[in-house]
Write a protein that binds this ligand. Structure first.
Ligand code: FAD
Length: 405
């Protein structure tokens, strides 16, 4: 019987797991270990509303402080897990404590990937992952006029939209030929290009940053073709990498994250991994993947809580994600990987439309722009064993998607 559960990483997945374990009636000792000093909090606002003056910081914690004490969840904050002894079944913490476990869960998330650019470790260059990062960016933005964002993915574009809304001049430097290319199709990229361009954001494509050079009170971001952009601050949004070292050093199988099965179990049956750090099987794509989303972190944690309390529950949820840029909400359901047909529903000109993606005639994903009803319908339809929606139906705005739910 599991008497001691230790969770490494007090972020979205770790906090959800501790909560869900108690909801499922788990009576084991639960320790939640987090490197950051603060009560577990939500990250999505950090690249969005938090950067603007109006955001109330009290809204960030996922649960109130008292929640953990009330449920006898032993919080170890400001404390890093340094190593795992799988034979003795203990974890060594940075404050010198050694925690014994019967079940260990690794939920250590990801960290910002800092491209190997000369000068990227300079004073005016900011990664964005934590509340500390976001506070530093917010402070720097206050006195800035020119902002350069490296990376035209979700985080880069959200910070660009916040900075632009605050009246800054913003340049986004993107290595690929369109925005958010890893995640969305060309029509969606084109819509967001037009949106940012209309607001005055300068987007530079196919660009390689060769160096970031301090020049007095600002920096010069230099591309390998010689172009130079002056910045009071540089925000790096060039992707993330999984915090898997503690697992790899303990001999667990890791590739792009910690390899787990459908039940979040690693190659050691007493150790599980969830959230951004888990490299898990995905039925929609037929391969393992790592997802970086609130949905993935919470749903994987909820499924694992059931498994650990005696109801083995595979993680099969339909992935979904959102991004806010200006007054536009992008909502994504499913994974568009390998689609052979896509249809647009609604009118991009009216700033409310969806793109539905099909593979071999079967719906696999949908991206919705200011179209929440389409998004909710797509999620429900994708949850079916064999979604019945056809491309013709999806593309016909008069067709009621609810009839396929
Ligand atoms: P995290 O929440 O990152 O938590 C991991 C925790 O583990 C961290 O606190 C870390 O410090 C700690 N840790 C790491 N190593 C150790 C160690 N050795 N010992 C102890 N603690 C350790 N998702 C969406 O769906 N929609 C959005 O709009 C969205 N916006 C985002 C905006 C920003 C700025 C960021 C950074 C992320 C955003 N995400 C969004 C992604 C979402 O927040 C993550 O997918 C989610 O937080 C993952 O949860 P997690 O618990 O796996 O990792």
């Amino acid at each position: 019987m599991t008497e001691r559960i230790v969770i490494l990483g007090a972020g979205q997945a770790g906090a959800q797991l501790a909560d869900s374990l108690r909801r499922e009636g788990c009576e084991a000792e639960i320790a939640l270990v987090g490197e950051e000093e603060v009560t577990p909090y939500q990250r999505p606002p950090l690249s969005k509303t938090y950067l603007m003056d109006s955001f109330d910081e009290a809204r960030l914690p996922l649960r109130p402080d008292a929640f953990y004490a009330d449920r006898k969840i032993d919080l170890h904050l400001g404390c890093r897990a340094d190593s795992i002894d799988r034979t003795g079944r203990t974890v060594a913490l940075s404050d010198g404590q050694v925690l014994p476990y019967d079940t260990l869960v690794i939920a250590t998330g990801t960290r910002v990937r800092m491209p190997p650019i000369p000068g990227i470790d300079g004073d005016r260059v900011y990664p964005l992952r934590s509340i500390a990062d976001s506070r530093a960016i917010k402070a720097a933005l206050a006195g800035a006029s020119h902002v350069v964002v490296i990376g035209g993915g979700f985080i880069g574009l959200e910070t660009a939209s916040a900075a632009c809304t605050m009246g800054k001049s913003v340049t986004v430097i993107e290595a690929m030929d369109r925005l958010m290319k890893r995640a969305v199709s060309a029509p969606v990229s084109a819509f967001f290009h037009d949106l940012h361009a209309e607001k005055g954001v300068d987007i530079v494509y196919d660009a390689r940053v060769a160096g970031i050079n301090p020049q007095g009170r600002s920096s010069e971001v230099e591309l390998d073709d010689g172009r130079v952009f002056v910045a009071d601050l540089v925000i790096v949004g060039a992707g993330v990498m999984p915090n898997q070292e503690i697992a790899a050093e303990a001999g667990l199988i890791c590739s792009n994250g910690i390899d787990v099965d459908d039940y979040a179990a690693t190659s050691d049956p007493d150790i599980y991994a969830i959230g951004d750090v888990s490299f898990h099987p995905n039925a929609l794509t037929g391969r393992r993947l790592r997802l970086e989303s609130v949905q993935n972190a919470t749903d994987q944690a909820r499924a694992l809580a059931k498994t650990l309390t005696g109801t083995p529950t595979p993680y099969t949820a339909v992935p979904w994600f959102w991004s806010d840029q200006y007054d536009i909400k992008l909502q994504m359901a499913g994974l568009a990987e390998g689609f052979d047909t896509h249809v647009v529903r609604g009118d991009p000109g009216a700033r409310s439309f969806s793109v539905f993606y099909f593979k071999d005639g079967c719906l696999i994903a949908a991206d919705s722009i200011n179209a929440p009803a389409d998004h909710m319908a797509a999620r429900r339809i994708l949850g079916q064993a064999k979604p019945a929606l056809t491309p013709e139906e999806a593309g016909d705005p008069a067709f009621d998607l609810k009839t396929r739910m």
